[in-house]
Design a protein around this ligand. Sequence first.
Ligand SMILES: [Zn+2]
Length: 384
Amino acid sequence: MAADPVTIARDLLRCPSVTPQEGGALTVLEKILGAAGFTVYRVVFSEPGTDDIENLYARIGTAGPHLVLAGHTDVVPPGDEVRWRHPPFAGEITNGVLFGRGAVDMKGAIACNLAAVLDHLSANGGKPKGSISFLITGDEEGVAVNGTMKLLQWAAARGEKFDHCILGEPTNPKELGDMVKIGRRGSLNGTLIVTGTEGHVAYPALADNPVRRIVAIMAAVMAEPLDTGSAHFDPSNLEFTSVDVGNKTVNVIPPEARGRFNIRFNDRHTQGSLKALIEARAHAAAQGGHFRIEWEPSNAHVFLTKPGPFVDMVSGAIAAVTGRQPELSTSGGTSDARFIKDYCPVVEFGLVNASMHKIDECVATGDLVTLTAVYRRILDRYFV
Ligand SMILES: [Zn+2]
């Protein structure tokens, strides 16, 4: 009998695994994977100032190729539970729709991965022609300090080597088959701090107003595009998210003004090249006036998994099952793929993302069945 992704998804949704709580979700996976012959490791990572986080790594097979299926069982908080049509951790199904926090982001996809693997194994005498691993973290929606990054380091220290990875984040805007993510933009935060000299507003010559200068610098920084995009990426973009002086009076020129900004950048830039570009523009506009930019540390580097046989195989499997040719995209926010890409090529394909992080997050049970068929086809083609 075929493994049922809907039952597995329900069992996972009934675990209240809001970051940093494990909530029983990894235990659900451990039981199923253990029964299927996987060697399962539960790994806890700690770091001062953050919560301890449980993670799971499971492998079956010893030979290559080695395909790793990655994901996270933690979920964002449900918000106002009264506003949910069905309780967020009940796993209720109405009219073919399964409701619950994590339905699409991304317990549903983990259930599909698992069901597909169980079916693939039972069709192949219980063993893959290579190795299959699950790399599941409980720290993706939180600060992501004790999650995938450390789990990858832990696995590498044990001698684990991965050939390819599928990450089941929800990638489709409207329907299954819309979109595969083959990369992600980088992200960088900074604060522009302009200092001047305070004084009476009626005597501007005796003061140096930082508001005038921050306006000029901001305009210069935003005036020209950062680039024109590249083969697989939209143009890089800078957005100011807050501009602050904090002045409570009307007759005092303030001593300092601040502007916070975020940059989402493509593969025509690195963090270093962006910093140099922004600082050069700011320097020219400041005309000798005082300013500085404080850059926050970022582990969100840009990456691209170049189209080739692996991407083609995944797209082909999606097209064969859904009848739709997926767009190869690098849009959206960052994901744990930014860590995985340092170990092996990674592509992302999961459920429809329309309801993620919202009240009444839900997934059509038919989508779970279809996504399972996509993953199954990928496994069958990968292990030929
Ligand atoms: Zn997610």
